[in-house]
Design a protein around this ligand. Sequence first.
Ligand code: AMP
Length: 445
Amino acid sequence: MSFNDLGLDAALVRAVQEKGYTQASPIQAQAIPAILKGSDLMAAAQTGTGKTAGFTLPLLHRLNLGKPVCSNRVRALVLTPTRELAAQVHDSVQTYGQHLRLHSAVVFGGVKINPQMMRLRRGADILVATPGRLLDLYEQNAIQFNDLEILVLDEADRMLDMGFITDIRKILALLPKQRQNLLFSATFSEEIRSLAKGLLKSPVEINVSPKNSTATAVEQIIYEVDKAKKTSLLAHLIKEQQWEQALVFSKTKHGADRLVRQLTSIGVVAAVIHGNKSQNQRTEALAGFKQGKVQILVATDIAARGIDIDQLPQVVNFDLPQVAEDYVHRIGRTGRAGAKGQAISLVCADEAKQLIDIEKLIKRKFQRQQVDGFEPEHNVPHTAPKQKPAPHNHSASPKANKSKVAGAKVLPIKPKASKNIKAAEPGNRAKSNRRPRSSGQRKTA
Ligand code: AMP
């Protein structure tokens, strides 16, 4: 559908055309008219579907019809789970709103609060924020919500996974009752549905698959390898297969740092993003990667969430994620914008349970492969090991495993044509053990 037919202000259609979009994506075609009408919305959509423009364009249109914002007030609030996503959404607000006279701002933690307080003095028609910093600013009287017209929860599932539910409920209690609510989430667990129930009034429901589930496909490859040989296998693949760029996921911040050091020592240009890095360091690493100066970007899940990098050919799970759904989010980073992508997982014996959980979630069994010279001494079991009770685990969500995933379309796994790669024997399917997640815990990446 053309943007001209959606009822948007001409200044917005112009901005979209200048950006080079010709047709509205499915989520935009459905969400824009509903939001323009003033309806509440519940949308199942991941990054990559065009969801940001899907809510930003009608938001800007509606705000442009109303009265200008007063000082220290906000008319539309967009909550996001991470700083990166907040910055990215705010960029979109600025791009699409460039021909309108609306004022926007973005606030997140990890940087000084004073400049943000100064910026909020004149008010913001649209404020993009992470929950914790927003509450800090409210407590310091830098922001008032009396004039709030529209609330957007972006990547709501991730906000709950990160333990933001208490902050979100605190924020909701501060907002005027009469308002429009838009909720975007990649998945709809029971927790999200319960949040939606208390939040949304007769919402329009939209469910779309990401761009890469129709236009493109992700080839998924599992290499069995011992933990100690993962780095050398990664280096081997980077060089042998002449990768241009790859986004590599590490389970821990420490592991991510170590991997970057090891790659750098063999001449690979690598950078890292995780929660212990300053905002400037993260922005710099991401910019270097987007400009093609950095070949390998190593990230933890939360830091990488929502990052929009076009045409990424390669995603690597250096460690499998603890939560099976994160696998789908991770591989959703590749195969974008019509390009075919490859998602490679380096799996060691300790990760059998995670692998089996992923297979259950995406409802398919992987054919495992081994690379010559990197055959594991410790085989990856085909059944999940017995689980010891976990006293305290922040990340594994029992509900997460149950939810449906609007994930990337996957190609059947074919063993690589390459001579030095062998297919490993598939085995029996196993029962998955789920560990309870401690609630209310805030996680940093
Ligand atoms: P999002 O799902 O909002 O993260 O958007 C994913 C990517 O799609 C971004 O790079 C957008 O710039 C791009 N995009 C959004 N809408 C369109 C459209 N209608 N046509 C082409 N690209 C788009």
